[in-house]
Design a protein around this ligand. Structure first.
Ligand code: SAM
Length: 169
């Protein structure tokens, strides 16, 4: 099982980005996201997507991120542009164990670098937690999203043009 820990979410400023972290996590193979600031609106938005498109992706609130990371039973991966390069480290990460993927918003507290089993960079340029998470999940799951079925009442029928959606609800 893969969980994403979104550090430093500020509901007023990061609404969109954290929602996208959750949607990307949900689509590309994680089971849930943990945020460290309560945001019921965000949790409701993601629950709405589950309701329409399927799945049981969870959004949970944990005030104490240090305790959450240190008590996590599995592999902790921190995505940071300062880390080891993804292609160099991907083969060493045990994919059979539960995984916690930590992504930041602003500056990530320095303890995270020592608490993580792996600090992983997706290129050594600054970009985005959304992009880093998508690429990391794609790589670490062997692109499992390509074979996944949503299972919800709304089903998009891929089309060369236009929008085709089946709604069984
Ligand atoms: N200056 C910030 C720092 O000290 O980490 C960068 C903040 S960046 C806008 C937000 C998050 O995006 C980071 O905490 C990290 O999780 C992710 N991120 C950005 N660039 C990355 C990269 N090249 N590789 C991996 N993760 C990256």
């Amino acid at each position: 099982m893969i969980t994403v820990l979104r550090l430093g979410h500020r509901p007023s400023r990061d609404k969109r980005v954290t929602t996208h972290v959750g949607l990307v996590a949900r689509t590309f193979g994680a089971s849930g996201m943990v945020i460290t600031t309560r945001d019921d609106e965000l949790a409701a938005r993601i629950a709405g997507v589950n309701g329409r498109f399927g799945g049981s992706f969870t959004v949970k609130y944990e005030r104490n991120w240090k305790k959450f990371i240190s008590s996590f039973e599995g592999i902790v991966v921190h995505l940071t542009m300062y880390g080891e390069r993804l292609p160099d480290v991907a083969g060493r990460i045990d994919r059979d164990r539960d995984m916690l993927i930590v992504v930041g918003a602003e500056k990530v507290p320095k303890e995270v670098y020592s608490m993580a089993h792996y600090n992983v960079s997706v290129g050594n340029q600054p970009h985005s937690e959304i992009a880093a998470l998508a690429i990391f999940l794609d790589r670490i799951t062997g692109a499992a999203w390509e074979r996944a079925e949503g299972g919800g009442r709304m089903k998009i029928i891929p089309s060369a043009r236009g929008k085709r959606v089946e709604d069984s609800g």
